[in-house]
Design a protein. Sequence first.
Length: 145
Amino acid sequence: MGTSLSAPRCTRSRPSGAHGSTPMPWAPLGRGVLTGKYRTGTPADSRGASTVYAGYVEQHRTERAARIVEAVVTAAEGLGTSPLSVALAWVRDRPGVVAPIVGARDKSQLAGSLASESLTLPSAIRAALDDVSAIEFGYPERWPS
């Protein structure tokens, strides 16, 4: 799983079964998109505002990702925690995931990432996040009915 769950290029695989390996998701926050910080624009101090990293962030700012972000933010508000903690706990608890690889730029981002370790998502929230992020497969994975 070489990308976050907000990216449409995630593919179905059986890494832990067929090959005896497990995924380690990198950029599990979709370059910061799943934290909710890009909901209303691009913060001046973010990677999205950088000429070097803007393209990496922009590929995660899709309509599909926006729906996922809203679900993550809603879950965080209901749990009294940050969207960052919800997103990381959600990725961390995916079947077969060893550990999400985060790229904190400063101490506060690192502290926020580490805070997710104490969060256990209720099954209803995990199911809602899985539902909103489900990848729709087309032909040939899904035959026309």
